[in-house]
Every structure is written in structure tokens, then in C-alpha cells.
Design a protein around this ligand. Structure first.
Ligand code: SAM
Length: 330
């Protein structure tokens, strides 16, 4: 338990800080341009080091592991890594978050190696909006095709994450709800968050989750559903006609720090106890110097007192968050 009696249950591991998209709310081109220095190969945790980290977290109560990035499918040999992690006893739910650019090609291999499910990021149903947001001209159709391939490979239901930004893609809320209703896939609408220092976040850019649900409900009637497990980040709603469900992640307007059971490890092996943390602890240094990895994790978790979003919501102003989403992983 940490200082607020929160157990350690989920581990998110970023396997690369690189991405082939330049989403304006995450890795804007002006900052992550051609001259940007990403981590060098020897700075990244190796597959063996990642598996060792997973072992130690599982021994401390973690049963859900999510692989993220950067774009995790850019990491060479990702299928092999998935196989190594899924073989760790105690990993009950192994998932991965991806922009889906390489997913159609890799879904079969990922599923065969033990990946249970994927979450795919998609911010609109129309190319002009989606391409303006990913800023590399990537089309919606390729993401939709990858979702079908992933589902056919057995990774069902596919969760689809959409970040909603005021004045940019509010219309995507109803468009996406309409498109995915009845498909078995679950869209989760995420409030634009103030992670990192590069995305120019302002409270005015946030579309409150409640407003998103009202917009859907006006056209496609919804009712609230209780959460699947304590600490689930999405508030769930199902269609009254029984054709599936949607979720909203209201991390700005309704922070859920009180039930947060997540630890995050960056691609270079730094452990963070909050998405908005200003500092972390290098597990890579501990591993490479032959130190007591389990002991260090225990010590960090025992001292954990983060509740950034709750504090920010009482301030409503932006606070300084030095770690970028693309570095720590979403
Ligand atoms: N490249 C992968 C992808 O696109 O899903 C994984 C990494 S990405 C950082 C993980 C998730 O974080 C994505 O769903 C992305 O939309 C979300 N994200 C990034 N910046 C965000 C922000 N400022 N607010 C809310 N969500 C954000």
C-alpha cells in the first residue's frame, strides 16, 4: 500500500520514446522535429531487463501489464517481447496501446505470442480532422482496417481511445459513437490532459466528459453502468437498446487519483508513480549495478503520495509537468 492506502495493481511499460505520428496534443512537430534527440538503443531497457521488472512487479501484486510508448509497435522484436512477458506467471491481462499504423501487419503475431487485447488510438472518423491531429497525413481507413484484423486475431473487444479537444474534434464524439455502436468495440473518450510542457494545454481546450455523454445521449440514449473493478479509469455507459457501450475518462473534471493503482516505467527504465510526476527512480541503474530491484520498488511505492489531478482540479490552473506523454507512455 502507498501512503493513501492504494495497492499496486497495474504496470505500464513504455518500450520506446519514438513515434511515427506527430499528434499535436502529444508530440507536436515544432518540438519533436528532425533534430530531436530520442533515446539511444543502449539507454533503453533490454527485453531481459523489462521481463525482470515485470517479475518484480508481479511479485508485489501487479496482474495487469500494458505496453505503451511512443509507438510500441516500432520497437524491433515486439512480438518476442510480448511472448516473454506473457510467459511470466501472474500476468493475467497483457495489453498494448497503439496508433495502429503497423497493427494490421503485426496483430496475428502479437496475439499468437499472448497479447490479450489492444487499445487503438483514433481521434475522428473523418480524414481532414484525424490527419490534422496526427499531423503526418495518416488516414482513418487504415486504423479501421487494423481494428478488424486485431479483432479477427482474437483480441476482442478492441478499445478505441479518442482524445477530444475543444474546437478541434468535438464533432468526433457522436461520429465515433455512431460508427462503433453495435460493433462490439468500445470507444473511450478522453479529456485532453495537461501532460508535459509541449502541448500548450489550457482548461478552455478541455471538453468535459459530462458534455460528451450528453451529446451522445441526445442521439443514442445511454444509461450508466457500474465499473468492472475498483480503480477502473473509464466511467462506463451502455446503449439503452443493448448495442454496446462507451466510456469517458474524465481525468481533468473528475480526477480518480484516490483509486489509482498504476505504476509507470519509461523506456529507459525510470519508475514513475504518477502520469504527472516531476521525477522518477531509475530501475535501469539498479538493475545494471546489481542492486535490489524489489527493495527499491517497495521503497518507492511505500512513499507514494501523488494526487496531481485532484490538486490541479482544485486549482483549475495548469501546473508544471515536466514529463512528456510520449516519454512516459499514456
Ligand atoms: N503511440 C501509442 C498510441 O498512439 O496509442 C501509445 C502511446 S500514446 C502516448 C497513448 C495514449 O495517450 C493515446 O491514446 C493518446 O491519444 C493519449 N494521449 C496523448 N497525449 C494526451 C493528452 N495530452 N491528453 C489525453 N490523452 C493523451
Amino acid at each position: 500500500m502507498d501512503l493513501y492506502d492504494r495497492p499496486l495493481r497495474d504496470l505500464r511499460i513504455s518500450v520506446t520514446d519514438r513515434c511515427n505520428f506527430r499528434c499535436t496534443y502529444c508530440m507536436p512537430k515544432e518540438v519533436f522535429g528532425p533534430g530531436y534527440e530520442f533515446l539511444a538503443r543502449d539507454q533503453l531497457l533490454t527485453f531481459e531487463e523489462i521481463v525482470s521488472v515485470v517479475h518484480h512487479f508481479v511479485a508485489r501484486g501487479v496482474n495487469k501489464v500494458r505496453i505503451t510508448g511512443g509507438e510500441p509497435l516500432l520497437r524491433k522484436g515486439i512480438e518476442e517481447l510480448i511472448g516473454m512477458i506473457s510467459a511470466v506467471e501472474g500476468v493475467e491481462d497483457l495489453t498494448l496501446t497503439t496508433n495502429a499504423s503497423l497493427l494490421a501487419r503485426k496483430a496475428q503475431g502479437l496475439a499468437a505470442n499472448g497479447l490479450n487485447r489492444v487499445t487503438v488510438s483514433l481521434d475522428a472518423m473523418d480524414d481532414p480532422t484525424f490527419q490534422r491531429m496526427n499531423d503526418v497525413g495518416f488516414p482513418v481507413s487504415t486504423v479501421l482496417q487494423a481494428i478488424d484484423v486485431a479483432a479477427a486475431a482474437g483480441m476482442r473487444p478492441v478499445k478505441v481511445n479518442a482524445v477530444i479537444k475543444r474546437g478541434v474534434n468535438e464533432h468526433a464524439v457522436v461520429d465515433m459513437a455512431r460508427h462503433f455502436k453495435g460493433t462490439g468495440h468500445i470507444v473511450r473518450f478522453i479529456e485532453f490532459m495537461d501532460v508535459g510542457n509541449t502541448n500548450g494545454w489550457r482548461m478552455d481546450d478541455v471538453v468535459p466528459a459530462e458534455e460528451m455523454i450528453e451529446a451522445i445521449n441526445a442521439e443514442l440514449p445511454l444509461e450508466a453502468v457500474t465499473s468492472n473493478y475498483p480503480g477502473e479509469v473509464a466511467n462506463r455507459f451502455r446503449y439503452v437498446d443493448g448495442e454496446g457501450e462507451v466510456g469517458v475518462i474524465a481525468s481533468v473534471t473528475k480526477p480518480f487519483c484516490g483509486t489509482c493503482t498504476r505504476a509507470r516505467v519509461s523506456a529507459e527504465g525510470t519508475l514513475y508513480t504518477c502520469l504527472f510526476a516531476s521525477g522518477g527512480t531509475s530501475l535501469r541503474d539498479v538493475i545494471r549495478s546489481g542492486g535490489d530491484l524489489g527493495g527499491v520498488i517497495d521503497e518507492v511505492w511505500a512513499k507514494r503520495d501523488d494526487r496531481y489531478s485532484e490538486i490541479r482540479s482544485s486549482n483549475t490552473a495548469r501546473m508544471s509537468v515536466p514529463v512528456e506523454m510520449s516519454y512516459i507512455g499514456g
